[in-house]
Design a protein around this ligand. Structure first.
Ligand SMILES: Cc1cc2nc3c(=O)[nH]c(=O)nc-3n(C[C@H](O)[C@H](O)[C@H](O)COP(=O)(O)OP(=O)(O)OC[C@H]3O[C@@H](n4cnc5c(N)ncnc54)[C@H](O)[C@@H]3O)c2cc1C
Length: 394
């Protein structure tokens, strides 16, 4: 086996899942994560269909995920006074397992920490490839050499920027921004969520961790903003500009936002690339093929991508030229199908006009009774299952 010493950038979903499989196949993974510790936060992510469940089962973590599932059921849409206007049963959109992203990241971390070197609070700053490997410099730590480098560092991947160029070439903003944070369950929500939609805005609250807390979620329509991703104060100011005086729980949640320890803010975007590798560097998860946080596909796709990438490296005995090409062959159509689930969702979730918002609020009232009510869930399952997984375990 060649190229066994692998650096992974990013410790969320794709990174630790890849480290898990690399270890199983006899590689040694090191993960560098920019955050000072494992990042909590985010709302729920879904796994659905045979491919996702097969990978989770083969990793031996399916039972852990089942224990940590959110158990959140129907979602109600309310008016500005909080009166229910429509109720969406969970089966209209839900997958097989819904789990908080932070819980998923923790389970993956626990499954890998004994055999993976984790470096928190650092980032790759340069990559120089030669015939034998990649010379990597870091913002803080001393330079090191690795055989291969995998960018699993999300939508704003530094590995992608250093290897392929500026993110504007690859990241497509879908016209919506999203903010999520943990807050008190002051509405006493019981395994449920409430959402309030107006033109260009959606604010919601879901109970989480068995009603002991809640997740506040804000979506708003906006062209791309010139915001520093590290500037939380500015992001919170933008959110306040959009939602102050918006009605329902908006003001209360904006107030609570200032005390949240896990504030997450990002654009709803997709990543489209002609290729996912160059030389000894490859990308996985959102860094390579982000389907958008509204597609309901990001974590499952990242998990399957990590499984295939590690498996192809093992099958090629570490020959990255063969493995990276095979990874793309196996994953390309699958990733594109999952990305289609994100198309058009942004403008439906957050319609820009009052007319459309009003229509949607009325449509949601009748939707649970329409014959095609399960169509979105069926389409999502079909996309999630559209891959024949090889068994690389040998
Ligand atoms: C805090 C957080 C909250 C999220 N909330 C939701 C949610 O509520 N709903 C949803 O559908 N999706 C959410 N997502 C996105 C979701 O996790 C991904 O779409 C999906 O799971 C694919 O995972 P990924 O590992 O490819 O990318 P991501 O989950 O985006 O993870 C990328 C990781 O790389 C790290 N990173 C970034 N830059 C660097 C760098 N320069 N050096 C080292 N590490 C770096 C990030 O801190 C992060 O840990 C969230 C992501 C994060 C990080």
């Amino acid at each position: 086996m060649e190229n066994t010493n692998v650096l992974i950038s990013g410790a969320s979903v794709a990174g630790p899942a890849l480290a898990y499989w690399l270890h199983r196949h006899g590689f040694k993974a090191t993960i560098v994560e920019r955050a000072p510790a494992l990042r909590d936060g985010g709302y729920a992510v879904d796994f659905r269909g045979v491919a996702h469940l097969t990978v989770l089962r083969r990793m031996g973590i399916l039972a852990d995920l089942e224990r940590a599932r959110t158990g959140v059921g129907a979602m109600s849409y309310v008016n500005s006074a909080g009166k229910e206007q429509a109720k969406m049963p969970a089966d209209l959109f839900a997958g097989d397992i819904e789990i908080l992203r932070g819980d998923l990241a923790r389970i993956l971390y626990e499954a890998t920490r004994d055999h993976t070197e984790y470096i928190f609070g650092d980032s790759i700053s340069s990559l120089t490839e030669d015939a034998d490997g990649v010379y990597v410099t870091f913002e803080r730590g001393a330079p090191r050499r690795f055989d291969l480098v995998i960018g699993a560092d999300g939508l704003h991947s530094v590995t992608r920027r250093l290897t392929f160029g500026p993110e504007e070439q690859f990241v497509k903003h879908l016209g919506v921004y999203c903010a999520i944070f943990t807050t008190a369950n002051h509405l006493g929500l019981d395994h449920t969520g409430h959402g309030y939609r107006t033109a260009g805005k959606l604010v919601a609250m879901y109970s989480s961790r068995h009603n002991t807390e809640a997740k506040a979620v804000f979506y708003f329509a906006s062209p791309q903003l010139d915001l520093d991703r590290g500037d939380v104060a500015r992001q919170q100011a933008v959110l306040t500009e959009h939602f102050a005086g918006n009605g329902w729980q908006s003001d209360r949640l904006l107030h609570d936002m200032r005390y949240a320890s896990d504030f997450y803010f990002d654009s709803v975007s997709q990543v489209h690339m002609d290729r996912w590798s160059r030389g000894r560097v490859a990308l996985a998860g959102d860094a390579a093929y982000c389907p958008s946080s509204l597609s309901g596909m990001g974590s499952g796709l990242a998990l399957v991508g990590a499984y295939v990438l590690a498996g192809e490296l093992a099958a090629a005995r570490g020959d990255h030229r063969v493995a990276f090409a095979r990874y793309e062959e196996e994953m390309r159509a699958y990733a594109e199908g999952c990305q289609k689930m994100g198309d058009g969702v942004a403008s439906l979730m957050v319609p820009s006009s009052r007319l459309l918002a009003g229509f949607l609020n009325r449509y949601y009232k009748v939707m649970p009774y329409l014959p095609g009510r399960n169509l979105p869930a069926k389409m999502a399952r079909r996309a999630a299952e559209n891959i024949e997984l090889r068994d690389y375990r040998g």
